[in-house]
Design a protein around this ligand. Structure first.
Ligand SMILES: NC(=O)C1=CN([C@@H]2O[C@H](COP(=O)(O)OP(=O)(O)OC[C@H]3O[C@@H](n4cnc5c(N)ncnc54)[C@H](OP(=O)(O)O)[C@@H]3O)[C@@H](O)[C@H]2O)[C@H](O)CC1
Ligand SMILES: [K+]
Length: 580
């Protein structure tokens, strides 16, 4: 420092002034540094943040190993356990990782914006994730208020660890909300982070906590739920009087949760994404789950490409049985869909009255008919050597048709596709079930399902009753709905394609045709069911780009089936390149 002193002495300034000047300089540097820190964190901040954690974390983050299995609560707890054991890390590190990734997600979107963020934490591990997030947000100069929703006196160890880390990192300590306390005001401009309950919710929430949920829901604030919206159970339906937080977005760890797809709770899930928190890949890959999500990757694995030198005889003959006076459209839709699904040949078995209609509508499709001349068919007797048979669309439930169907079932050994009125007939005459060939595929909508299996109390009850019914009769049941779920052998397969445009007349007939067409091509019945449901939904997803959701009609789905096949191998769209 001598050179400074000498410089000032040269200028005739005394030692006292030099010391004061130094003090002033130091304070200025400190003030400047502080002001600079208050700037919104730049993108380089993210890199710093990642470097603070170990390298393996970074690699896991990049890998995005998202599983399409849907794990039970017990399996998720087990995955946690296996991960920390294998990695040799304390469990709080996994929470740090989870909270850290949520922070990255939030930071990427907010880019340091000073919008008020209210982080509501429970006292379990979900609350712990919230605490970690709050700490990162505070450390990166966001405008944060943290709350502990003190609904239980059993604060779990990792929550306490995360709570302590937050309190040591900042003077901005959490506010504890107890029963009877006034609830904080929440403004529409706030961002609310919901880390109150995660997958551990196992009973009805206390009234004062429900009041907080209601206040959050009524606030109009942007709500981000961590892992699962608080108040939503992992493994049971909402109970009478329950309140569930209604998030604008949910970030769920590692894999989606079953209630995200069920009619009672799915409408709550406006938008959600999966955050890969690096649970042990081996455990995730080798653990068999009762529930699976069927999307493009799963269908690609089932799909068989065609050889170069192919002829129509190699791709099966589908027979579609159905149609009655005034309902010929249903069997036309099913037959055409079987052709578009790739069946080499298609024959429609219909009442005589429908022959001219069908032949005019579908030149590619052959017809067979009964020896009667009624509005419905009275016997099912055909020459076609079919590789697969689908029965039901537009068939009606006339007693003569029911008798014909009963006789027909007795002669069948191979799996059938059973839809619409064929299901209604079986529901009315349950003895017929004994003659249904093993591995037949039933495709009921909810009304037909209820006739078949009886009433259910809620989604979970429906899944259980349907799975048990399917197991008992050794059949597959495709429960058509917003997220169509297929069950066989007590497993559930949730379809990941489709949109509300499919809620239109004839869309089920098209599905019957697609599944029958796949079955005729030699796919295993479960492959035919899962692929058929996927392609049907995917075709509709592509078709709405042209027709819109409201404008979509069933025959559009058939027209776009080829595009759905092509889409299997389409390159994913690249995000637009950033300039500069
Ligand atoms: N692998 C992962 O996905 C990871 C997930 N993490 C996070 O952990 C939660 C699950 O944490 P958990 O502690 O098991 O459960 P919650 O935080 O949801 O709930 C805490 C405890 O609350 C009790 N409970 C349940 N229902 C009620 C109620 N109605 N009222 C009061 N208290 C209730 C229950 O304990 P009990 O012993 O009293 O039954 C819960 O255990 C998961 O969702 C993720 O956010 C990890 O942080 C990282 C890995
Ligand atoms: K939550």
């Amino acid at each position: 420092m001598d050179w400074v002193k000498r410089y000032y002495i040269l200028l005739g300034i005394s030692n006292v002034y030099v010391i004061e000047l130094w003090l002033f300089l130091c304070l200025s540097v400190y003030a400047f540094a502080k002001a600079y820190r208050k700037q919104p964190p730049e993108s380089s901040k993210k890199v710093v943040f990642l470097q603070q954690r170990d390298r393996s974390d970074f690699l896991i983050y990049k890998r995005k190993n998202i599983s399409m299995k849907i794990y039970s609560r017990a399996q998720i707890y087990e995955a946690d356990k296996v991960t920390v054991e294998k990695e040799g890390i304390p469990s709080i590190n996994l929470m740090e990782r989870a909270g850290g990734y949520i922070y990255e997600w939030v930071n990427e979107r907010l880019k340091g914006g000073q919008v008020p963020i209210k982080v509501f934490c429970g006292i379990g591990n979900n609350g712990g994730d919230g605490m970690v997030l709050a700490r990162y947000l505070i450390e990166n100069n966001y405008n944060v208020t943290t709350y502990v929703v003190n609904y239980n006196n059993k604060r779990v160890p990792d929550f306490l660890g995360a709570y302590d880390r937050l309190k040591s990192a900042t003077k901005n300590w959490p506010i504890v909300i107890n029963e009877g306390d006034e609830l904080p005001a929440i403004s529409p401009q706030d961002i609310v982070v919901d880390a109150i309950f995660g997958i551990g919710l196992n009973r009805v929430v206390q009234d004062w906590v429900k009041a907080l949920f209601t206040a959050i829901n009524n606030s109009n604030a942007y709500v981000l739920s961590i892992d699962i919206p608080s108040g939503m159970y992992m493994d049971m339906a909402p109970q009478e009087g329950d309140v569930i937080i209604l998030p604008r977005f949910t970030l769920s760890f590692q894999a989606p949760k079953l209630p995200f797809f069920l009619p009672d709770t799915a409408p709550i899930m406006q938008a959600w994404d999966i955050l890969d928190i690096g649970l042990d890949p081996e455990y995730l890959a080798t653990t068999a789950t009762d529930v699976e999500l069927i999307g493009k990757q799963e269908v690609i694995q089932m799909y068989r490409s065609r050889p170069q030198f192919a002829h129509k005889g190699m791709f099966g003959h589908s027979l579609l049985i159905g149609g009655s006076y005034g309902k010929m459209g249903a069997i036309i839709l099913a037959s055409k869909a079987a052709m578009r699904a790739g069946s080499g040949m298609v024959t429609a078995y219909i009442p005589q009255i429908g022959v001219p209609i069908l032949q005019t509508a579908l030149p590619e499709v052959m017809t067979e008919t009964d020896n009667f001349n009624g509005k419905v068919f009275e016997e099912i007797d055909f020459q076609t050597k079919a590789n697969a048979i689908g029965i039901g669309p537009g068939m009606g439930t006339d007693s003569k048709t029911a008798k014909a169907m009963g006789d027909f079932l007795k002669t069948q050994k191979n799996p059938l596709v059973i839809d619409a009125d064929a299901i209604n007939i079986i529901a009315a005459i349950p003895e017929l079930l004994a003659d249904v060939p093993a591995l037949s595929i039933f495709t009921p909508h909810f009304g037909e399902l209820e006739r078949l299996i009886g009433k259910w109390e809620d989604d979970f009850d429906r899944l259980e009753k349907t799975a048990k019914f399917a197991k008992k009769h050794d059949i597959a049941i495709v429960m058509k709905g917003a997220h169509t779920i297929t069950t066989y052998d007590m497993k559930l397969y949730i379809n990941d394609s489709g949109n509300p445009g499919l809620a239109t007349a004839g869309s089920g007939d098209v599905l019957t045709g697609v599944i029958t067409g796949l079955l005729a091509q030699g796919y295993h019945p479960m492959e035919a069911a899962l692929m058929g449901v996927y392609f049907h939904g995917r075709a509709a997803d592509i078709a709405i780009n042209q027709y819109g959701i409201e404008g979509l009609i069933a025959s559009d789905v058939t027209e776009f089936l080829g595009r759905a096949y092509m889409d299997l191998f389409a390159k994913p769209e690249q995000p637009p390149q950033e300039e500069g």
